[in-house]
Design a protein around this ligand. Structure first.
Ligand SMILES: [Zn+2]
Ligand SMILES: [Zn+2]
Length: 248
């Protein structure tokens, strides 16, 4: 399997509109962050995790001509804002329904915002707090944590797991993550946040999963300078950047 980071930024992206800080003005491409989403490639199959408002741009940039399924973590704009642009895959694929995995809460928001395009999707509602689904022979474990009371889904594919927008969680989450070797984890910056892990909290979380060999931090704000922060990270923790493609 391979995982391509399509976007690694917080909800405003980096550069932030109107901001003149050193990271927003940086010439380092790793400080240029679209909103967080990723593409998991399993053999010939392409699975998209979250549909950021930048999805059209990245689909063209990385020539993503085929999608076999879409997983949504939660219904905030930076994770679902590009839903309308997925219609092209349906048009090109003889109106075949796109498999979509999402929580009840996310489904309710999609109904309110994107009712006109929901008949293009074959929706599987993730009803339980944790469970398993299968698509095209690929087993996926989903689990739940939260961000200011809003439930968010994380997804595990074999030894790879993707968790973004995480702040509060039940310790049983570590049972779900036992055996994961590559972890993508949301962290906003070095400060405490009500909505997200700080980088320090993310490092502490990763330490509790002994099997993890590499932990990539994503959903990063413009307070995070790639070069400076990378040097200060413990072994096994790395900052992700847009376009990074890893074997998982
Ligand atoms: Zn977010
Ligand atoms: Zn800035």
């Amino acid at each position: 399997m391979k995982f391509l980071f399509l976007g690694t930024g917080a909800s405003a992206g980096v550069p932030v509109v109107g901001c003149k800080c050193s990271v927003c003005k940086s010439g380092d491409f790793r400080n240029n962050r679209l909103r967080a989403s990723g593409l998991l490639q399993v053999g010939e199959l392409n699975f998209l995790i979250d549909v950021s408002p930048d999805i059209r741009f990245v689909a063209l940039k990385y020539e993503i001509t085929q999608l076999n399924g879409v997983f949504l973590t939660h219904p905030h704009e930076d994770h679902i804002g590009g839903m309308n642009d997925l219609r092209s895959y349906s048009f090109l694929n003889h109106n075949k329904l796109m498999p979509l995995f999402l929580s009840e809460t996310t489904n309710a928001v999609l109904h309110a915002r994107f009712n006109y395009l929901l008949d293009r999707f074959d929706r599987t509602i993730l009803k339980e707090k944790r469970g398993r689904v299968s698509i095209d022979g690929v087993d996926v474990i989903y689990f739940t944590y939260s961000q200011q009371g809003l439930l968010v889904n994380g997804f595990r594919f074999d030894k790879f797991a993707y968790l973004t927008d995480i702040k509060d969680y039940d310790s049983s989450i570590f049972d779900e993550l036992d055996g994961v070797e590559t972890l993508v984890l949301g962290a906003i910056n070095e400060k405490d946040s009500r909505m997200h892990f700080s980088i320090k909290e993310a490092c502490e979380f990763k330490e509790k999963i002994r099997s993890v060999k590499s932990c990539y931090l994503t959903h990063l704000s413009h307070e995070v300078d790639y070069e400076t922060i990378s040097k200060a990270l413990p072994k096994g923790v790395l900052l992700a950047y847009d376009g990074l493609n890893i074997n998982v």
